[in-house]
Ligand binder design. Sequence first.
Ligand SMILES: NC(=O)c1ccc[n+]([C@@H]2O[C@H](COP(=O)([O-])OP(=O)(O)OC[C@H]3O[C@@H](n4cnc5c(N)ncnc54)[C@H](OP(=O)(O)O)[C@@H]3O)[C@@H](O)[C@H]2O)c1
Length: 352
Amino acid sequence: MTETTPENAALWLPKRGARFELGPAPYTAPAAGEVVVRVRAIAVNPIDGMPGFAYRLILPWLNFPAVVGSDVAGVIVEVGPGVTRLRPGDRVVGAAGGIEQNRNRAAEGAFQRYVVLKQSMTATLPDDLSFEQAAVLPLAVSTAASGMFQHDHLALPLPTIDAEDRRETVLVWGGSTSVGSNAIQLARHAGYRVVATASPRNFDYLRSLGATATVDYHNRTAADELIDAIGDSPLAGTLAIGNGSLKPTLTIASAVPGSRRIASAQPALLTRVSSLLRRHKGIQVSSIWGGSLKDNEVGPGIYVDFLPAALAKGTYQAVPNHVIVGAGLDKIPDALDQLRKGVSAKKLVVTI
Ligand SMILES: NC(=O)c1ccc[n+]([C@@H]2O[C@H](COP(=O)([O-])OP(=O)(O)OC[C@H]3O[C@@H](n4cnc5c(N)ncnc54)[C@H](OP(=O)(O)O)[C@@H]3O)[C@@H](O)[C@H]2O)c1
């Protein structure tokens, strides 16, 4: 920046298993292909609230002190060399990649006032979409999109705002989760019919996102109900989200015509053990890493080519609905406490 350098602050994680601490942070200028965003809203995700054992298991590479968090919305203040698509003043939402193994730096963690984002993982926002509502999107969209569109997962064609209907079905187990809500919409935008699970209180919500059939995952007959709902429309692929999602989705994928690929959002180890134990022949179960799309064509396919247009045109909803927990970085631990108690078709957000 040519003027005075902005004063940054971050919610630091000093070491593994420690408590978050609010403190000053350096302002990091964007490198080639990067932008800096003045953050206005941050959403929290299950992984953010597990700094102890789970971080050792899931993020063993993480450098400390760390700034974690994935979901930000705000205003661009500076763009790096080669960035022409975005300009200072643009309202954006973006996926912060600080915890990724091949990024692994505090400057790119969401929990701070000025964050460095990859331009290819940053989408412009229409004026009528608030920062608070937009912040619900990044990790949920990224996880659903990695699972659905990467070649190592379901390998479906990328979404567009005017996709032609295909005569195939995508199964989303866990449709009312943040990941599932976005999976339903992405699958619809890729032209697929969608069948999904949730608690009955969320059936209308799932239908509003484009699901044609909804099943209560608590029912012992849920797998059979889904097999009926899929009918003779071949399965294009399955997204397994939430505890206990692998067993029934393995049963379903082996009972209906079509793709035998299941992309699982559960931890990799759990996915591997759980699918090995069942040894369903011919079914390919893969484990999603929600940040992997940043390293392939799916990241820009979603954040550059699809999301800005779909949000502007109103064909894509920023869901689930946000709930503001408080204002200020120091309210993030409260949001994480609340998230640990559980949410239903909601995303917890802190304004900055
Ligand atoms: N692999 C990755 O990279 C990655 C990235 C992000 C998230 N995840 C994982 O994906 C899952 C969803 O995350 P999220 O942030 O989207 O969750 P979330 O929005 O916080 O999930 C809340 C929802 O979970 C649903 N739910 C509760 N138990 C369920 C079950 N046994 N099966 C299916 N749905 C259930 C509830 O549905 P009802 O209220 O309708 O009952 C509720 O709407 C979590 O396990 C998370 O750890 C993985």
